[in-house]
Design a protein around this ligand. Structure first.
Ligand SMILES: *Cc1c(COP(=O)(O)O)cnc(C)c1O
Length: 453
């Protein structure tokens, strides 16, 4: 009988995070202050983020120790299993071997606690007592709520009002873990009150929620900081536990991936799985393809431009060098909420520009169909975000079948979909539509960027 699951023991867990900046041929460009257009300083960032996280954000060290307190909490669900998708292989009749790294086993149901735990820890160590953040569909809010309570921190999560009302279950997860979840726009911040004054029925946006969370942090510099669940370098760094485990597990399986695939929102689960494999390309001269998969409705990697842009819609963040559709781009309301982001992290953007990683975009009807096939063959109902990675893996497997050649495929199952069943309901009812923005639509928001820098 073939082995299905490859599991590490707790003692084999990585004790360091991997920082790919050390091995990049071209380092990412620095974030700039929007007013001065000069690189932002640590002092400027320290009003918003914990100091250790800023050091990691700017670090060029190859390996950074994972604090024991963080490793201890990782053990609740780590090491996560690497699974051979034998059922999916059989259904496809492919000669390809398909493996997936199962990050859906975390308490919050996604990869996000891998960074939520160290972010909470470093804030706690600095004497911070309150965290603020924003969340769209609620995955990040749930992850930080779970993590913060381990260190006795209070959390305020500003959740976009439409999601707050339409998607109560993650809000209830946050409440269960003891976090406060506030519908944004709220009346407790100036930015929220201003939005409500303009439009009392305002249903909110991610940009507005960020503004509220950052404002709260800036108003209480003595004990409050803000935190972010994707895009930034330190977030991507923390996620490399995924790929380091997977490198060891693929060795256990006696297999070497030809292609490593991750779905792409801001880049953290893609980079988390992909970078330890990309290191083998950079350091050992291997030739593993590292593929990011984004929705066709929000195609910053495949159709965006490489430019300095704001990380948020409101224009509060430093300017980041990124592949972007422009921060004013309004992605259509697809179900993979975690992938509806206008830009990409600056490390991934540089790697894509240098041709060291690949990108492709897929329509959501194809990805949800792939998610349903995966659920039927492997049992797990995947997060709508993760179905993008599954659909790309299936395309690779079918191509191998057509060519009659072997291929070893590894993808990241970034989360499960049990709280996103509405997406499946829509698909099964035949109500799901694909939307591909026109060139003119993208050109409109991209052209705005020339005004910034
Ligand atoms: C947030 C999220 C994503 C997208 O974020 P990345 O930073 O690109 O990984 C993907 N999958 C799941 C399950 C998520 O919760």
């Amino acid at each position: 009988m073939e082995t299905k699951k490859f599991c590490l023991t707790e003692r084999q867990m990585p004790t360091q995070w991997y920082n790919i900046v050390a091995d990049m041929p071209n380092k990412p460009l620095p974030p700039l202050h929007p007013a001065t257009k000069q690189p932002v300083t640590k002092e400027q960032m320290s009003a918003i983020f914990a100091e250790e996280l800023i050091d990691q954000e700017m670090s060029t060290e190859r390996f950074i120790d994972i604090p024991e307190e963080v490793q201890e909490i990782y053990k609740i669900w780590r090491p996560s299993p690497l699974v051979r998708a034998t059922g999916l292989e059989k259904a496809l009749g492919t000669p390809a071997k398909i493996y997936f790294k199962n990050e859906s086993v975390s308490p919050a149901g996604s990869h996000k606690p891998n960074t939520a735990v160290p972010q909470a820890y470093y804030n706690y160590k600095q004497g911070i007592r309150h965290l603020t953040t924003e969340t769209g569909a609620g995955q990040w809010g749930a992850a930080i709520a779970f993590a913060a309570k381990h260190f006795g921190l209070d959390v305020q999560v500003f959740m976009v009002k439409v999601s707050y009302e339409q998607k109560p279950y993650r809000r209830l997860m946050m409440n269960t873990w003891g976090a406060e979840c506030i519908a944004s726009p709220s009346t407790i911040t100036a930015s929220g009150r201003a939005a409500l004054e303009r439009d009392p029925d305002c249903s909110g946006s991610l940009g507005l929620a960020i503004s509220e969370a950052v404002e709260m942090a800036l108003q209480h510099p003595e004990d409050t900081r803000y935190c972010l669940g994707s895009v930034l370098n330190h977030v991507i760094l923390h996620q490399t536990v995924i790929g380091q485990e997977a490198v060891a597990q693929m060795e256990m399986a006696g297999a070497e991936p030809d292609v490593v695939i991750g779905c792409f929102g801001g880049g953290s689960n893609f980079a988390g799985l992909g970078f330890p494999f990309l290191r083998r390309n950079l350091v050992e001269g291997r030739n593993i393809r590292i593929v990011a998969v984004e929705p066709s409705s929000c195609p910053k990697l495949t159709r965006g431009t490489f430019q300095y842009d704001f990380g948020d819609v409101a224009g509060f963040t430093p300017l980041l060098p990124m592949y972007t559709l422009g921060h004013d781009f309004q992605p259509s309301d697809i179900h993979a909420g975690g992938l509806r982001y206008h830009g990409a992290g600056s490390i991934v953007s540089q790697l894509l520009k240098d041709g060291l990683v690949e990108a492709r975009s897929l329509p959501q009807t194809e990805t949800l169909a792939a998610g349903i096939l995966f659920a039927k063959t492997e049992g797990i109902i995947p997060a709508p975000e993760s179905t993008h990675a599954i659909a790309a893996a299936i395309r690779e497997a079918l191509q191998a079948k057509e060519e009659g050649t072997p291929r070893t495929i590894l993808f990241n199952l970034s989360g499960n979909g049990v709280i996103d069943l509405y997406a499946y309901e829509q698909y099964l009812a035949g109500a799901l539509r694909d939307y591909v923005p026109g060139d003119d639509e993208i050109a409109k928001t991209v052209s705005q960027l020339s005004k910034i820098i």
